[in-house]
Design a protein around this ligand. Structure first.
Ligand code: 2RA
Length: 340
């Protein structure tokens, strides 16, 4: 007996990846239903070698379904997640709506798998922000060994994190710079993204940080340890898929680079690519379609007593969203949600 599964938002970048990964990992599903908004009704989406025709999420009866993956944004989630949850269908939600609710588990399976046991609180489990997910996969094994005091992170986030329109804007704007008369003005972003970087993701907050930066702080504390101090600068870069992060970590206890490298080499979900030579490191183009959180440039920070610098890259549509959501479902199955 397998699970009866729903993917809501099946026509979006993340929803499509959820279906791809459910098939790739042969998640034990007896039935998979693709849901979309009315404007995408009837759209066909791939699920392995099958083709699913999207049904309307409006009025959908979730009763009898075990797990619903949601990739529909906070507004739609606010409307439909309570309906699914009330019908005892566990919602694994990729939006930020429930991440900060103390009663709702925020889960990265390599870091806090036990948190899924609390799904019965509200039958909702939150998926973290993409830039948080890859970072905490790297932080957790190091934190367990030498207790992290402070993290300073700069992100280099791809446009697929914004969505399909942003991918199109980068593509068309780049082409337009070479074809007179085809210039493309900024629309999705406040400034040109082609051959440029934009130090602004999500809205600005009172203190001058952005909500994306606030998310990395709040979510790292909830997933790993509330005692960890985090400061982030989140930047949009002209890359289609793959988020990169330069992470500086200060520890309570001494940890040298060799031991840090050994720990990361053994860490779940981590792939270390770290040679001190041209090309001896990972770049976002190389991580696309992969499951791993890649770590490179591991080195001592000699400006502080117990500091390590590292470079972290992962596919933001996969570990940053769809893969992490499917791994949450796998963890649920292993720990507490019996099939059928
Ligand atoms: C971004 N993390 O990259 C945000 C949402 N996916 O735009």
């Amino acid at each position: 007996m397998g699970y009866k599964v729903v993917v809501a938002g099946a026509t979006g970048n993340v929803g499509r990846e959820m279906l791809n990964i459910l098939a790739e990992r042969q998640f034990p599903a007896d039935e998979v239903v693709a849901l979309a908004s009315r404007r995408s009704l009837g759209t066909e989406v791939s699920y392995g070698d099958k083709t699913l025709t999207c049904k309307d999420i409006e009025g959908f009866d979730f009763s009898g379904y075990d797990i619903a993956f949601f990739a529909i944004g906070s507004d739609a989630t606010k409307k439909y997640a309570p309906i699914a949850a009330s019908q005892k269908c566990v919602v694994i939600d990729n939006s930020s709506l429930y991440r900060y609710d103390p009663d709702i588990p925020l889960v990265v399976p390599e870091v806090n798998p036990e948190a899924v046991d609390r799904y019965t609180n509200k039958f909702i489990i939150a998926n973290p922000n993409c830039s948080t997910a890859q970072m905490v996969v790297a932080l957790k094994p190091l934190h367990d060994r030498a207790r992290i005091k402070r993290v300073v992170v700069s992100t280099y986030q791809s446009v697929s994190g914004t969505g399909k329109e942003a991918i199109d804007e980068l593509w068309n704007q780049t082409k337009g710079l070479y074809v007179p008369g085809q210039e493309v003005e900024p629309k999705v972003y406040p400034k040109q993204i082609a051959f440029n970087v934009i130090p602004h993701i999500d809205v600005f907050l009172e203190d001058g940080s952005t909500k994306e930066e606030w998310k990395m702080v709040a979510e790292t504390k909830k997933i790993v340890d509330p005692a960890i101090k985090v400061t982030a600068t989140c930047v949009r870069v002209p890359v289609f898929v793959g988020h990169s992060e330069a992470i500086n970590i200060e520890f309570e206890d001494h940890l040298d680079e060799a031991e840090a490298r050994d720990i990361l080499r053994e860490a779940p979900g981590v792939m270390v690519v770290d040679k001190r030579e041209a090309g001896g490191y990972i770049t976002p183009i190389e991580c696309v379609g992969d499951y791993a959180t890649y770590i490179s440039r591991i080195r001592q920070d000699s400006t502080i007593d117990n500091g390590i610098n590292l470079w972290c890259v992962s596919d933001n549509l996969r570990k940053g969203a769809a893969l992490n959501a499917v791994q949450i479902a796998e963890t649920l199955g292993k720990r507490c949600l019996k099939k059928g």
